[in-house]
Design a protein around this ligand. Structure first.
Ligand code: BDR
Ligand code: CA
Length: 311
């Protein structure tokens, strides 16, 4: 019997997903019980292959479950232009030897929620398609989840994929709607918090010199997106999923969290996929989303450095 907190991560790796996963691999207080994989940053074939490869590089034996290959209703463009067409910087890595599990991700989420009922920390780093499917199969899922941390949204509608919407929510807004309606409490690290918690490129380059297979692999797969980011966003690099993972693993590092009601916009020429926050509490909906506003930057960077240096 272990007293570590069971951790289940739904993810679409993705370069920043990979950094978040390395942080989870390195955390002594949590026991990683599975990775469920969504399409998002790139297609499912690549996100599954990337998850398997990262586990292999890190020497981590966690089961990987493939999930939905597309959003629930409407096709959506991926983010291969940011992460590389294979999601891991197109470095041509040798595929992992290990295989994906036979069980579907949505079923694995439900099974693991039963096995770790009342204790499970669920972290979503990609589009919410798998979790929405799990909820449709079994609406009692939230009763068994102790904490649910999501990377997604742009809480004042300063998006990154459209002017108003953030990528994970925009990729599958219907799934996000189902998920945000179902859970009594969601802890949210949104894109605007990510922008407020960047790292200097020079620091990142230095961290990536760590003498570990993890750092060497991460240096390779992240190079393309770091160059893209330096070109577009200037001196700071942003790792969205890493901030959500810091919030999940060490919530005591959160310096400001605001509870608000949040709704997903499903329609509109400009607004589809936007996260509409009732900042003034006027709408009467319960304030069920705990929005991360500020996180201890030193602690955040320490978690990343530790994850890269781990062997
Ligand atoms: C989110 O979108 C993806 O591209 C990243 O992996 C992250 O989960 C940021 O908007
Ligand atoms: Ca992601």
């Amino acid at each position: 019997m272990t007293d570590r907190i069971p951790l289940l991560i739904d993810t679409d790796p993705g370069v920043d997903d990979a950094l978040a996963l390395l942080m989870a691999f390195n955390d002594p207080r949590h026991e990683l019980v599975g990775l469920t994989i969504a399409a998002g940053n790139v297609g499912l074939k690549h996100t599954v292959a990337n998850a398997l490869k990262l586990c292999e590089v890190a020497g981590v034996e966690v089961p990987v479950f493939a999930g939905a290959a597309a959003p629930l209703l409407h096709p959506s463009p991926d983010a291969g232009y940011v992460h590389g067409q294979d999601g891991f910087g197109d470095v041509g890595y040798e595929p992992a030897r290990r295989q994906v599990e036979a069980e579907h991700a949505a079923l694995a989420i439900l099974r693991l929620s039963h096995e770790h009922a009342g204790k499970l920390l669920l972290v979503a780093l990609g589009p919410l398609t798998n979790i929405a499917l799990a909820l449709k199969l079994d609406p009692t899922l939230p009763e068994r989840v102790a904490r649910f941390v999501v990377m997604g949204g742009a809480v004042t509608c300063r998006g990154n994929i459209t002017p108003a919407a953030e990528f994970n929510i925009y990729f599958d807004p219907e799934a996000a709607h189902i998920v945000f309606e179902a859970f009594e409490r969601i802890e949210l690290a949104d894109w605007e918090a990510v922008i407020a918690h960047g790292f200097l490129h020079d620091d990142v380059v230095q961290w990536l010199q760590a003498d570990s297979d993890r750092a060497r692999f991460y240096e390779r797969i992240s190079e393309k997106t770091r160059l893209w980011s330096a070109d577009r966003r200037g001196a700071h690099w942003h790792a969205a999923d890493a901030l959500a993972m810091a919030f999940a693993l060490e919530p005591e590092g959160a310096l400001e969290v605001l509870d608000r009601a949040l709704a997903i916009e499903l329609e509109g020429q400009h607004g589809r996929g936007a996260t509409i926050v009732d900042w003034r509490g006027e709408g009467g909906a319960p304030a069920r989303v705990a929005i991360l506003m500020r996180y201890d930057q030193e602690r955040f960077q320490g978690l990343i450095r530790g994850a890269l240096a781990a062997v």
